[in-house]
Design a protein around this ligand. Structure first.
Ligand code: BT5
Length: 325
């Protein structure tokens, strides 16, 4: 299939960085004619890859395109299954809706839905998530951990840690985590994470984890009401970033932590989460659907639930809330 040749070419260039690979070697490797290789190289060029061709040496890749297309994410991706199956669309209502549908249709674990723009991006409690075109990373990942429903908050915390680590490794920006999963830089929101699930009475079938990261927005790209509370990687570094590279870094860290979680359980993830948290040890107000509680954020349980001690010394288990610090 021709898409296999395209994927094979990208993999061959990934495995031979900075080296020339001859058309003949590529044709042998991918089991096709040299003409087919040439046609696919031309197609990659038209999609924005910069490729050099030198007589008697072969082809060398100089750079992949800046726009997010699945190939950009796959080129250089260093995971075995997280983010390997990318479903990309230019404009969607919400990547969550697409991932929900794919999960129902049996999509493989690690399937990633990415869009350049969301018209109906959402946060928790049906709040809106601003997702301007080409400016950020708007993506939803399908995971299928075999866990009871009560343990799903653990995965939300795991993703928050992995996103912090991925962003830090690629861009140097060090974000803090506000319970459960807002990523802040100097108190301004850089990233929001939304976990939805498909489950029967006691068992999770799929977790649909939505991750929204502000990457290349300038201040005026945010709606006025967000300009004092939101930030982007560009605003923090004064540099614009290739979003595909950031996605790759995050996928790598998600896979690493997820495998650790499946082998060793939540405890090592909990320690990491605590080390990035700015909520613990602080007096905070938790606005829950059942009312508001003020108290000391004492810690999280082994299931990822926040423990809040009120002024009478009563410890409350907070499963879901907005935290004001
Ligand atoms: C969240 O909700 O923070 C979760 C956001 C998840 C977004 C991703 S993008 C890919 C996937 N597809 C979706 O449709 N959603 C997910 P919450 O904690 O409820 O925060 C929402 C609040 O954050 C809003 O009410 C605004 O005040 C603020 N907000 C909206 N857009 C923002 C942005 N781009 N940057 C910073 N803050 C924003």
């Amino acid at each position: 299939m021709s898409s296999d040749i395209r994927k094979g070419l990208i993999a061959a260039f990934t495995n031979n960085p900075n080296q020339y690979v001859s058309g003949e070697a590529l044709a042998d490797l991918l089991g096709c004619s040299r003409t087919a290789i040439w046609k696919h190289i031309e197609a990659l060029r038209q999609d924005g890859f910069i490729l050099e061709a030198v007589r008697k040496k072969g082809y060398r890749i100089i750079s992949s395109p800046e726009k997010i297309v699945p190939d950009n994410i796959l080129f250089g991706l260093n995971t075995s299954y997280i983010g390997r199956n990318v479903h990309f669309e230019e404009t969607v209502d919400s990547t969550q809706n697409i991932a929900q549908k794919l999960a129902l249709e049996g999509a493989a674990e690690g399937t990633l839905v990415v869009a350049e723009e969301q018209l109906g991006g959402r946060g928790r409690l049906e709040r809106k998530w601003q997702s301007p075109k080409y400016k950020g990373i708007w993506m939803s990942l399908i995971l299928k951990p075999v866990i009871p429903i009560m343990k799903t908050p653990q995965l939300t915390l795991l993703i928050a840690v992995a996103v912090v680590q991925g962003i830090q490794e690629v861009t140097g920006v060090q974000a803090d985590i506000k319970w459960p999963n807002d990523l802040l830089v100097n108190g301004k929101k850089l990233t929001g994470i939304l976990t939805e699930m498909q489950a029967d009475s006691d068992r999770v079938h799929s977790l649909i984890i939505g991750i929204g990261i502000n990457v290349n927005q300038q201040l005026e790209d945010f709606a006025e009401e967000l300009q004092s509370s939101a930030t982007s990687i560009y605003l923090e570094t004064k540099t614009s970033w290739d979003r595909a590279i950031i996605i790759q870094g995050i996928m790598k860290h998600i896979e690493k932590l997820y495998l650790l979680y499946l082998q060793k359980g939540f405890y090592p993830i909990k320690l990491l989460w605590e080390s990035y948290s700015i909520s613990l040890g602080q007096k905070v107000r938790a606005n829950t659907l059942n009312g508001s509680i003020f108290g000391l954020a004492k810690g999280i349980t082994d299931d990822g639930v926040l423990l809040l001690e009120d002024e009478q010394g009563v410890v409350h288990f907070i499963y879901s809330a907005d935290i004001l610090m």
